[in-house]
Write a protein that binds this ligand. Structure first.
Ligand code: PAF
Length: 282
């Protein structure tokens, strides 16, 4: 039976019991509105740890857009039922006061990592992510924590934060889970109109086709090709498409780049913003 806890005191008490018995603790932080992508994290966590803790908290400090925060889907009962079915042991559902008894004024500097792509178009977003994930790590103190690769840049920031703050947690990135038409699973997909939902698979279709065009186009030409192909659908508007170093996320200039290359994209489908990515060079 899954245990639902809302306070830090109760969660620590619960986890203390496991920790004192030498059990490994795995952690999956989420903002709820769970889908198969989240469930894949829970499954991996269960396979690698004795105890699986999932948090559901829509973190206000990472929303740079008030409407996005207001409209973010919330369905706690359904989420808990899904987590129970997936075999999670504990779900932590704090309210805002529990996580932020007073405003979090910490400012993180991740150098270039939080200046590009999402960092550029969503100012303050990654600072909010670092605030909440560090607080959750302090509370849960897990051995391992699981994040989806759909938020590629978020994962890079969290790895940098773990290093910066000296956490002993192992951060594990898990593959993107897609709908059968290729659209990356996201809680925001629920907010798409039927028309925009129909257009959205063009994003990943284009990324996949672009991967095969490396021989034909320069980096710059490929970026333009991706943008114009997606923008040709009147329901979609590319905010950015970047080909970036897989570790530093700095834009790459040529296919001869020494390190891996990741292609990251953000697209507006009506007033819903979708992100996706794929590797262009391992
Ligand atoms: O990826 C998310 O759902 C959120 O950014 C996270 C990591 C749970 C922090 O609020």
């Amino acid at each position: 039976m899954i245990k639902v806890v809302a306070t830090i005191v109760e969660l620590k008490e619960e986890l203390g019991y496991y920790r004192n018995n030498g059990k490994s603790i795995g952690f999956v932080p989420t903002m709820g509105a769970l889908h198969q992508g989240h469930i894949s994290l829970v499954e991996r966590c269960r396979a690698e740890n004795d105890v699986t803790v999932v948090s559901i908290f829509v973190n206000p400090t990472q929303f740079n857009d008030k409407n996005d925060l207001k409209n973010y889907p919330r369905m706690p009962e359904k989420d808990v039922a899904l987590l129970e079915q997936a075999g999670a042991n504990i779900v932590f559902v704090p309210d805002e006061k529990e996580i932020y008894p007073e405003p979090d004024t910490r400012v993180f500097d991740f150098g270039m990592l939080d200046k590009v792509m999402e960092g550029k178009f969503r100012p303050g977003h990654f600072n909010g992510v670092a605030q909440v994930v560090s607080k959750l790590f302090d509370i849960v103190n897990p051995h391992r924590a699981y994040f989806g690769l759909k938020d590629y840049q978020q994962l890079a920031i969290i790895r940098a934060m773990v290093k910066m703050l000296g956490y002993g947690v192992e951060v594990i990135g898990c593959p993107i889970v897609r709908e059968t038409d290729g659209l990356a699973m996201s809680s925001r997909n629920l907010l798409l109109s039927a028309e925009h939902r129909k257009s959205a698979p063009l994003i990943y279709r284009t990324l996949s086709e672009a991967r095969n065009k490396k021989g034909e186009f320069s980096v710059k030409e490929l970026i333009a090709w991706v943008e114009s192909r997606i923008n040709s659908d009147p329901n979609l508007r590319v905010e950015y498409f970047e080909l970036a170093d897989a570790d530093t996320l700095e834009p790459v200039e040529s296919w001869e780049h020494q390190n891996g290359i990741v292609g990251c994209i953000a697209v507006w489908a009506g007033n819903i913003r979708l992100i996706d990515n794929t590797m262009f060079k391992e």
